[in-house]
Ligand binder design. Sequence first.
Ligand code: HEC
Ligand code: HEC
Length: 423
Amino acid sequence: MSVGGRRGRLLSVSVFSLLAALGCADDPKPHDHSTHDHGDHDHGDHDHGSGEGGSDGDATNPLDAAEGTSYPWRVPANFPAPWEPKDNPTTAAKVELGRHLFYDVRLSENRTQSCASCHEQALAFTDGKAASVGSTGEAHPRSAMTLANVGYAASLTWANPLLLRLEDQALVPLFGERPIELGHTAPEDVEARMSEAERYTDLFAAAFPESETLGTLEQIAFALAAFQRTLISGNSAFDRWQTTGADPKFGALEEKGYELFNSEKFECFHCHSGFNFSDHVYYTGKPFYEAPFHNTGLYNLDGEGAYPEPNTGVFDVTGKALHMGRFKAPTLRNVEVTAPYMHDGSIATLEEVLDHYAAGGRTIPSGPYQGVGSASPLKDSLVVGFDATSEERDAVLAFLRSLTDEDFLADPAFSDPWTKENP
Ligand code: HEC
Ligand code: HEC
């Protein structure tokens, strides 16, 4: 076997999607309705029936789904079936290889960081920082996102409607220059390192039994994606209450909070909807593709709704004025351990997140980001503000904390396989 031996056939992820993932291509997307303009908000008139993820067998469709793979998914009773792509069906061997890669510092050029450096299991695969710091010390402008249920995400990262597949996303931290994360510049360097650890020989062979060349960048990306699709979190007190009708940690207070969360007063459920508390989901059997983004009035620098560069949301990708400040509504699962909050980590606590929504947008009284978010013309019309009693706030906070899934945060299946005994 020649781990990392051949470099000619770089990717069937395709150079095109690599460039797209890195933001260098114009519009590789097979559809263009994920950021459609909805006037003042993003609800109700989604473009149905376009057939993405459908079963029309079009091999060029990045959302073409695998059918009937044998992977023993551990899907919670209150979750839909996860989506997996036709060209990368999940297998236990790929997942195991992906876990090794996820925790391997060879994936950073200077061998200081792995994916797990910014995505720590105990923090639901976030890093506890407002903004991540890459392997060369360069600050990332945004906050690391949880990877809980990331296989269900309709698009990836905070605000990139073009980045649809985990297979493509994995290349961004590896090779991205804006900002530098893992700092690699040449695929063949990453591939060559795969022959440094003996165990990769068997891991790659088991994961890609059909391949003559092992240790390719495509295989690395595919295995990382397969591993990440298994990061399913659905065993919180809330889930146990929902599926069995009772849980000692989900009492009257949490139930009251869940009601308020779903009320027309708090309005949270519109954007943080469904099994993943996010309206930005895709799964097997979903009849249509949608990937809405929302401006929650965090910033209003100029009275016209401007957000500080470079965190301008979908605007950064599309350049459309209406997309300024629009971000994906993240899942709220395990939100208790994913502080600080928002795309730039600019809110420290859940209490302050509630303050932001209660005010109908954040006011920053002075300094470079001064502005009244609630007056932003670009703000989603569902962020209207509300008066809540302290009992009501406590209930919503208790509900949010009931979404912590202790098993997920400590599941050995998701943990670092490179131990001292087994380096
Ligand atoms: C330097 C810290 C850092 C490293 C290293 C890193 N990430 Fe991330 N990750 C982030 C940040 C920050 C974001 C949000 C990016 C954005 O919105 O631009 C993110 C976002 C993601 C997302 C999108 C999640 C979602 O819900 O859309 C995935 C998937 C992901 N990272 C996987 C990986 C993988 C796989 C690796 C290793 C190959 C990795 N990350 C390495 C910081 C990091
Ligand atoms: C209009 C859609 C919308 C509504 C309504 C909404 N959210 Fe959000 N939520 C978002 C978006 C978008 C983000 C990310 C915003 C950003 O980073 O700029 C977010 C972020 C959050 C976060 C931070 C999560 C993290 O990992 O950083 C929390 C917590 C949260 N919302 C809770 C709530 C609660 C509680 C309510 C109801 C009071 C609510 N949201 C109402 C869209 C919404």
